[in-house]
Structures are given as C-alpha cells and as structure tokens.
Write a protein of this length. Structure first.
Length: 135
C-alpha cells in the first residue's frame, strides 16, 4: 500500500485549525492545546474561546449574593483553569496574523491593548508563515 503526497499532506495538516470553528470546537481546541504556544488559531477559534472565557466571569458575579459561596468558588477556579488556554490561543491567533506572540505584552501599556485588539481582529495570513502552514 502506497500513500500519495496528497494523503500524507492531509495527515500532516489534519491537526490544523480550520478557517472557521463553532463555539464548542473552539473551547475543546483551546483545552486540548492547553499550553501550546506554537501554531496558528483562526479568528473564530480565538473569539469563541474569548466569549467562553469572559462568560466565566459571570459565575462569580451571579454567585456573589451567596457571599462567595459554592458558585463563586467554582467560578474563580474555572477562570484560573482557563487563563493559560486563553493566553495560548491569543498567541496562536497573533501567529496567524504573522505577528510574534510576544506582541500581547504591549497590551499592558496604556493604549497598547488597542493595537493588540487590531491585530487579533485582522484576517489571518493566507500563505504559510514562520509559525505554520496556511489553514
């Protein structure tokens, strides 16, 4: 049995993020690549995971009437467990636009977050770049 070049390429590239993913797949991908800061992430993968991450902030807020009872503790633990995947998917998203993952650091300076937001909203490069093949 021989494998053609097309079959071997599809096998090699099968772990790439598709151009568009749904909410559930984006969250699954982020957690399956928990601390993977290499590769690329599509816009939909990043923004769906961001939606999930910031929705976690509602859990402690809604549980606040319980004086940081069970819901507050669960919410805080969920946020802490999700912070590394949040930064890893952000770095992969920056890679997709052709930027180094280190660019996220400028979001810590005044108005630097605007530049990072612009980078995250940009369309990914349609050609291969130093961070991985085109999706």
């Amino acid at each position: 049995m021989t494998i053609s070049n097309e079959e071997s390429l599809s096998f090699v590239h099968s772990n790439l993020a598709p151009k568009s993913v749904n909410f559930v797949d984006a969250v699954k991908r982020a957690f399956s690549k928990y601390a993977t800061f290499k590769g690329r992430a599509s816009r939909s993968e990043y923004w769906y995971y961001t939606l999930y991450y910031f929705a976690l902030f509602l859990i402690p807020i809604l549980g606040a009437s319980d004086a940081m009872g069970t819901f507050g503790i669960i919410g805080i633990l969920a946020i802490l467990a999700s912070i590394i995947p949040f930064y890893s998917v952000m770095v992969r998203r920056l890679h997709d636009t052709g930027k180094s993952g280190w660019w996220w650091w400028i979001s810590l300076i005044p108005f630097g977050g605007i530049a990072v937001l612009v980078f995250l909203c940009q369309e990914g490069e349609s050609k291969d770049n130093v961070y991985g093949p085109a999706q």
